[in-house]
Design a binder for this molecule. Structure first.
Ligand code: UDP
Length: 238
């Protein structure tokens, strides 16, 4: 393990699914509390943190479309779902004593701040956690693409993508025992081999702007902190 963190300013991408815990819909308070306590450790270690949270535990536009809803309306619901998740995370982070602000790509002034880049950077410099909600604010995008966008415009050193596996494998490790984990990868290899890391829009954004991406497992307690101090954790794509 390292004495100093690998990255000084990060963007952590959490999927909505990550908040499910043992539930099938909604938000598990146990997961929120664990995330909050790990984020507290990182803030106290001097790391500047922005978060992007998904909405898949509540609504996804593409799934709503399958049940007959207009896609754009479904995407609006999906983006609002991310705002709910962001508010839940804000509450949990505040309760462990860390200052935090939700900033939404869609203005909802009575509920949270709207995303203004300079203000977001200022919050991070003041050691406040910034939670970027409502994705990019546009339909047909994903929160992975929103995370790439925010990570780049907020000049973070890396994006950390929290998943259910401990890195990127050459085959699905849940099905194939011979699957091996990549220590490092290039973005072009991810695209050429069709590796299921993020959608292509998000991958291309990272590649074209030289943003390193660390894929790691967040279901293991303590792993978010380890991801910053142990170079063995996860797969680094650059
Ligand atoms: N969404 C959108 N524009 C964005 C980001 C998200 O329309 O910029 C909608 C989209 O419907 C998506 C939903 O919000 O399905 C939830 O986001 P996502 O599926 O990325 O969440 P995750 O899979 O990370 O939980």
């Amino acid at each position: 393990p390292l004495q100093t963190p690998r990255f000084k300013r990060i963007l952590l991408k959490l999927s909505g699914e990550a908040l499910l815990g043992e539930k099938t819909f909604g938000i598990d308070a146990k997961v929120l509390n664990r995330l909050a306590s790990e984020i507290k450790i990182l803030i106290e270690a001097g790391i500047e943190i922005s978060l992007v949270v998904g909405g898949g535990n509540l609504f996804r536009g593409a799934e709503l479309q399958e049940s007959g809803m207009e896609r754009v309306t479904g995407d609006h619901m999906g983006m609002l779902a991310t705002v709910m998740n962001a508010l839940a995370l804000q509450d949990a982070i505040e309760k462990v004593g860390i200052p935090v602000r939700v900033m939404s790509a869609l203005p909802i002034d009575q509920v949270c701040e709207e995303f203004i880049r300079r203000r977001a950077v200022r919050h991070m410099e003041k050691k406040r956690v910034v939670i970027c909600a409502a994705g990019t604010g546009n339909p047909f995008f994903t929160t992975d693409t929103a995370a790439s966008l925010r990570a780049i415009e907020l000049e973070t050193d890396a994006m950390l993508k929290a998943t259910k596996v401990d890195g990127v494998y050459d085959a699905d490790p849940h099905c194939d025992k011979a699957a091996t984990k990549y220590k490092t990868l290039s973005y072009n290899q991810v695209l050429e081999d069709g590796l299921a890391v993020m959608d292509a829009t998000a991958v291309v954004m990272c590649r074209d702007n030289n943003l390193p991406l660390l894929v790691f497992n967040m279901t293991t307690p303590g792993e978010i902190v380890r991801a910053l101090f142990d170079p063995q954790v996860g797969t680094l794509i650059r």
